[in-house]
Design a protein. Structure first.
Length: 349
């Protein structure tokens, strides 16, 4: 591993920093939402409408036909199409957080180039859902299109598995990053080395398992999220009989013991979990933590649940400068992910 982007001053900004755009990959894979894909377009387009009120939305589509379909669906919800750009980069699936580009910027505003793209390898969460060849090359195609420098670390890494405070700390889980279906040749210290050198962090904080029903083997963006440089929200289950209860209590206790680079304790805010969301006998990974922070809004998945409003209120207090908007994700979560999983931010420079 020769490249050390951290030494060159590059880092992955916190999600609340100003975006140039949000990247998405238009949903089209029926197997991701079997029997339901037509139901997800309305909430998905409402998601885009809210983002587009404050920044560009850049969408990967397969061809002109898919672009025309997407435009028609966006028009139905009144989205501002002048804020939406389409790129004919075909994908296998819609989960742009994991297959999309990781944009790094330089801390020195005079350093050129200011922005670059990381293209980690991608294997659809441990070869669970082949084929993934089109998804794997999306970062390269975007870097080439925008004439941005491209770095390929050469290991598997998904955007949903890492959570940044923008001040040198990344949160992740052992369940995902140490899973043998990702990088079996690397141990924990070696994984940390990659995170530090390529994401520009100095500290890696590890949680344990993710929530039940999460086919990503425990992505952090379903459980714990930074809301500012020293504060996280983390989901907790109120029902001791629920199979998520002990998993989330263990993570909560670990968070309460963590300290940041400057020695300060991590501030921890508890976020409720919705009641179990079951579809066709399958427990889905429904979580309020899978929100997306856009320039002017925070978009939160809701589930027609008694805790929806409570979760929205907690998050609104965390983001006083942004409007917190809930969008019904009951159909979207059948794809085993929600708004954060579907999106990847491009920072402004």
């Amino acid at each position: 591993m020769k490249t050390n982007l951290q030494e060159q001053g590059y880092y992955f900004p916190a999600e609340w920093k100003k975006h140039e755009a949000t990247w998405l990959s238009w949903p089209h894979k029926n197997d991701s939402w079997p029997g339901k894909i037509e139901l997800i377009y309305k909430p998905y387009c409402e998601f885009i409408k809210i983002i587009a009120a404050g920044e560009l939305v850049r969408i990967n589509v397969a061809n002109a036909e898919m672009e025309a379909f997407a435009k028609a669906e966006l028009q139905k919800v009144g989205a501002d199409l002048s804020q939406v750009e389409f790129y004919h980069f075909p994908t296998n699936d819609a989960w742009c957080r994991d297959h999309g580009p990781a944009f790094l910027v330089n801390r020195d505003a005079s350093f050129m180039p200011q922005k670059l793209v990381l293209d980690w390898n991608y294997n659809a969460w441990g070869n669970k859902y082949p084929p993934f060849n089109l998804d794997d090359i999306i970062p390269t195609r975007i870097a080439e299109c925008f004439d941005l420098p491209l770095y390929e670390p050469g290991i598997i890494m998904e955007g949903g598995s890492v959570e940044f405070n923008g001040k040198g700390t990344v949160l992740t889980t052992t369940a995902c990053l140490l899973n043998k279906n990702r990088n079996p040749h690397l141990d924990q210290n070696q994984i940390e080395d990659y995170l530090k050198k390529y994401y520009g962090v100095q500290q890696v904080l590890w949680l344990g398992d993710g929530i039940v029903g999460d086919d990503t083997d425990g992505h952090i963006d379903d459980i714990t999220r930074f809301v500012n440089e020293d504060t996280v929200v983390t989901v907790v289950e109120e029902n001791p009989e629920d199979e998520n209860y002990h998993i989330l209590q263990q993570n909560l206790q670990k968070l309460k013991e963590m300290k940041l680079l400057d020695g300060r304790k991590l501030q921890v805010i508890e976020l409720p979990m919705p009641s179990p969301v079951i579809w066709e006998g399958t427990r889905l990974p429904a979580s309020y933590a899978n929100f997306y922070i856009a320039n002017k809004a925070v978009i939160v998945p809701t589930y027609r649940d008694k805790n929806d409003e409570k979760a929205l209120q907690i998050l609104q207090e965390c983001f006083p400068g942004r409007k917190v908007a809930g969008i019904d994700s009951t159909d979207i979560i059948w794809g085993l992910g929600s708004f954060h999983c579907l999106s990847q931010q491009e920072p402004a420079v």
